[in-house]
Each structure stands twice: as C-alpha cells, then as structure tokens.
Unconditional design. Structure first.
Length: 426
C-alpha cells in the first residue's frame, strides 16, 4: 500500500485517465507560484475557460443589436433558456420538458411548494431531515406558517439514526410510514450537505407516494455530482443550484424539475408571463395559460448573462461523456482520498461520510481528532498553504474532489499537508 503515497503513483493514475485533460478547461486559482489544490467545488465550482467567451458573446450582441438581440441568430435571447434544456435534462436524467433553468434554489423551492404543498387539516405535515441546510428549513417552516399550521407539530425533522449523523433507509421508510396519514410533503436532499451522504431517491419517492404524500428533492449537492434519474425515480419535483458541481458562477441561475405527469396538471401556482404558453404569450391576454412542463413555472424573462456560463459548463459535461463517466472517475478519486486517510491519517481524521461509494458522492466530510479548535487550526493551516476545502459548523472539514478538474496529485498534496500540520502540532 505504500506506493499509493508516491508522486509516481498519483501522476501515473492521472496520466492514464482520459478525463484528466478536462482539468485544463478550468481556471485554477493560484497560491503564490503554485496552483491551489482546490476541493471546494461543493460550495463554488471553478470557472470554465469557455465561460468568458459565452458571456462576451451576450455582451457583444447587446452592444451591436440592442433589443433585436432577442430575435437574431446566433443564440437569440427570446428562447435562450432552451439552449441549456437538453444538456441539463441529460445531467439530471429527465425529459427535456421536465427541466428549466430559472430563479434560484430557494425561490424555486417556494414556487414548487405553492403548487405541491397543499396541506389540509388531516394532512398538514412536512417531513425533512434534522440538520438540513438552513435555507431549506426556513422555507419549509415559513410555508407551514403561511398555511396556518404550527411548525412545532407539522414540520417533522427526522433525526439521524446512524453514527456520525447519517440516516439508514430503514429509518426514513419507518418515519414516512409512521407519519404517513399526516404527511402532505416529503422534502429530502439528494446529498446531505454536512455529512455528504447520498440517498436512494427512487426508494424515498416510492415510500412517500405509498403514504399518500407528495415527494420533492433538494439536489443542491447532487446535480453534477451523481448520475440522477429524476424521471424514472418518480419524484413530483426537484430543485437545485448550478454554482457548485455545475460550475456556473457565484449566484448562478437555479434549476427545477417537474415530473411529466404534472405537465398539464391544473395545479395552483404563482404565475408570470414567461410561464405563459409561448404561442400566445405576446397576445398579452388577461388569462394565464401555462406552458406545458416545467417551463410553465417560469415567472420572468430568463437572465441571459446568468445563463451563459451554464452553457459553457454543459459543453464540458458533454465532452466528458456524461454523468456516468464522471461518476466513475469520481469514485476513483474519492476512493484514493479515503485510502490515503486510512493508511496515513486514521489517528487524525475521522471520515463521517458513509464508506460505501453508493451512499456518497464526491465529498468526504472529515472530523479532526481533538475537537473543534484543532479542526479549525488544521483548516486554516491548509488554507494558508493553498489547499482549499471548506468548513461547516460545528466541526466538519469538507473535501470534495470534483472529477472535472481535481486530480490524484491534488489529493496527495492534501494528505501531505495534513501530515505536515500534524507533525508540527503533535
């Protein structure tokens, strides 16, 4: 096993992997004379080199054509959101009509709950995971209150039943069955942001529907990280962001999935003119006629400058051969990180992410022996030395080897950095 810890091994593994060439398609931040070892793609993905050209294309079109840019080729703005539709559908495993890039994650979550969280006195409750990302909890609590119910009884937060804060599928199934008669909605993450645990979305959708509930997913950490099959898995809706593994820039336009069975459903919704049927939109009539599919939940004109970087990113996903090829590389990279930790750092770092590859994505969440203060000290030492992960309270360092641009050599540098810190702090 000692050969794992050599430059020759890491460089050879990178050289043998054809997807390694995609690293050159990204701007890697620098640390002095070196590039950073950047493991923070689960928070903000790196900038594709092609993103600037696509943004400049929009800026140049605006300068040359002004309002006519909405209609003139190439890439007219009027149907601009459609330029990302098919590529995005392939990334998330959906039909093109089931996806739309719009708004932001939490705004989309609220829009979906307007349509799909329809509580009654008998079924007022939402089931979510305890320790969810705060924005999700704020959104769900506010929706429960908006409908006149009490979050103390009607926002059910399932506590983890496994060591290190993870959930067994048995516990999720049991909770849905126990609360089933009261459940209006099950809202669950694709990947839990703090632990990095990935979930069987098809099973959760099946459990929720069997109990009579609507099922939705927050895929902020799942899209661009794991192969998804949203259409086949059968959830009613899903929402996500594009600034993490999708590398579309800070505050990037969000994404939304609405299953095809709801494409023409007469459901309540907050309406806006860009969701109106495109064939009659510019007749400016008073009655709202929704576009069939996910696009019917749009409100306003697509933000063209916000969508442009997503076009550049999706081109790289296509070049990689799709999510399955990237997932295979991701398993190799994260497995290498886990193996080095087990071999060299098991007295310093505790992996809290599930060990089974099927129960995690790219991210390993690490807890430092000795408590929070030592964890912060290590995190800050790594950052000073150009090794960038991120910190999540109360005591987790998240390290996420993104398969589009991270390398075995990056991972070896991280492990050596931890060893150097440990030696100086023994």
């Amino acid at each position: 096993m000692t050969e794992l810890f050599t430059d020759d091994y890491a460089l050879a593994r990178d050289a043998a992997d054809p997807l390694s060439s995609l690293r050159g398609e990204f701007h890697l931040p620098r640390h002095g004379d070196m590039k950073q070892a950047y493991f923070c793609g689960n928070s903000l993905g790196l900038q594709p080199r092609g993103a600037r050209a696509v943004v400049d294309e929009v800026m140049d079109k605006w300068a040359r054509e002004a309002v006519e840019g909405h209609f003139r080729e190439p890439a007219p703005w009027m149907p601009y959101h459609a330029l990302v539709r098919e590529g995005l559908a392939r990334v998330v495993g959906a039909e093109p009509s089931e996806v739309v890039a719009m708004n932001s994650l939490t705004a989309n979550l609220h829009l979906m709950m307007v349509s799909f969280y329809r509580p009654t006195r008998e079924r007022p409750a939402i089931l979510m995971e305890a320790g969810a990302f705060p924005s999700d909890r704020y959104a769900l609590e506010s929706q429960v209150r908006f409908h006149g119910f009490d979050p103390a009884t009607d926002l059910i937060e399932l506590e983890p039943d496994e060591a290190d804060g993870t959930f067994s599928m048995a516990a999720i199934e049991r909770a849905i069955a126990t609360h089933g008669p009261r459940l209006a909605l099950v809202l669950w993450p694709g990947v839990q942001y703090r632990t990095g645990q990935a979930f069987d979305l098809a099973a959760i959708a099946r459990f929720g529907h069997a109990a009579g509930a609507v099922v939705g997913f927050d895929l902020a950490h799942g899209v661009g990280n794991l192969p998804l099959r949203l259409h086949d898995d059968g959830a009613d809706f899903a929402v996500w962001c594009h600034y993490k593994y999708m590398n579309s820039g800070p505050g990037a336009v969000g994404g939304c999935f609405v299953h095809a069975r709801h494409a023409r459903a007469d459901v309540p919704r907050f309406a806006g003119w860009w969701g109106h049927d495109q064939d009659s939109r510019f007749r400016m009539g008073p009655a709202f006629v929704p576009t069939p599919g996910a696009e019917g939940w749009q409100l306003s004109n697509p933000p063209i400058l916000g969508l442009a970087p997503l076009r550049a990113s999706l081109q790289l996903f296509e070049r990689a051969g799709g999510m399955q090829a990237l997932r295979e590389r991701s398993v190799r990279l994260t497995g290498y990180l886990e193996a080095l930790i087990a071999q060299r750092l098991d007295d310093t770092l505790q992996v809290v992410t599930p060990r089974e590859p099927s129960r995690r994505g790219a991210q390993l969440s690490l807890r430092v022996a000795g408590g929070r203060a030592r964890g912060r000290a290590l995190f800050e030492y790594l950052e000073r030395n150009g090794i960038v992960g991120d910190w999540r309270e109360p005591d987790v360092i998240r390290i996420s080897p993104a398969p589009l641009y991270n390398s075995h050599a990056d991972i070896l540098r991280f492990v050596r950095g931890v060893e150097a810190w440990r030696t100086g702090n023994a």
